[in-house]
Design a protein around this ligand. Structure first.
Ligand SMILES: N[C@@H](CCC(=O)N[C@@H](CS)C(=O)NCC(=O)O)C(=O)O
Length: 242
């Protein structure tokens, strides 16, 4: 079965958490709005809109990313990963392990929302320029309290499991997502992230390990990996990094 991933073609965004799992697993998939060489595919915006239209589609998603897997249409990044994980050896088979991996992924999703809100604390309907003052205020608490709390939480999970991954010796899709968080925050908040990494070596080691995985390394070097940019979740605004 060939999966169809539906997501915005010009950003990593929340689609990237799914792309990383599909790439690591070397799953047969098409990133519907993008061509293999990374270019945008014409006419696919309508195709995605149709699948989001609740008057035509049973079980519609609220927003991308969503995955078409045969007759299944699956939305919410953590839910998509929960589906893919056991099928591609990126999650434990036993219930307790699957629940724990999903719990960690939901915590990643919470973190992602807070990262997004550093530059859009009022609403995503307004430009960053229209909420700069609030973004600065939000980012101060993000740098000083929220990011360190999430970071220390995941560091402790790795430590408690014996590492090098969140669940111990075996990688899961949640580790791929932690890679993305570290990578993204290195880009968006370089000064803050340097401080966090100095204090928490296990997160950095996990990032390096994931980056070095054969399929991931190939993906990161390919045109399929979209560069960080100023429309994405991870944005570099110097004034927000303190
Ligand atoms: N919780 C959802 C969030 C999905 C989401 O916010 N998608 C964004 C792009 S990353 C979007 O297109 N939102 C459109 C909207 O909220 O109207 C997930 O993790 O998949």
């Amino acid at each position: 079965m060939r999966y169809e991933l539906y997501y915005w073609p010009d950003i990593q965004g929340r689609g990237e958490f799914v792309r990383l799992a599909l790439e690591d697993a070397q799953a047969d998939y098409v990133d519907v709005m993008r061509r293999g060489n990374g270019e945008r595919t014409k006419g696919t915006r309508d195709k995605m809109a149709k699948l989001l239209d609740g008057t035509r589609v049973a079980r519609p998603s609220f927003a991308p990313p969503f995955l078409k897997a045969g007759s299944l249409l699956i939305g919410q990044s953590a839910n998509i990963l929960q589906y893919l994980g056991p099928r591609h050896d990126l999650a434990p088979k036993a219930e307790a392990g699957r629940l724990w991996t999903h719990q960690l992924q939901l915590t990643v999703a919470d973190f992602v929302k807070e990262i997004h809100d550093t530059h859009h604390p009022i609403t995503s309907r307004l430009y960053y320029e229209d909420q700069k003052k609030e973004a600065k205020r939000n980012s101060k608490y993000f740098r000083e309290a929220r990011a360190p709390k999430y970071w220390a939480y995941f560091e402790n999970v790795i430590d408690q499991s014996g590492g090098p991954y969140l669940l111990g010796r075996k990688i899961t899709y949640a580790d791929l997502s932690i890679f993305e968080i570290v990578d993204g925050l290195r880009f968006a908040f370089p000064k803050m992230t340097k401080r966090l990494e100095r204090k928490h070596p296990l997160m950095s080691a996990l990032h390096a390990r994931v980056a070095g995985r054969e399929n991931i390394a190939r993906y990161l070097a390919s045109k399929r990996r979209i560069a960080f940019n100023e429309y994405d979740i991870f944005r570099r605004y110097r004034e927000l990094d303190g």
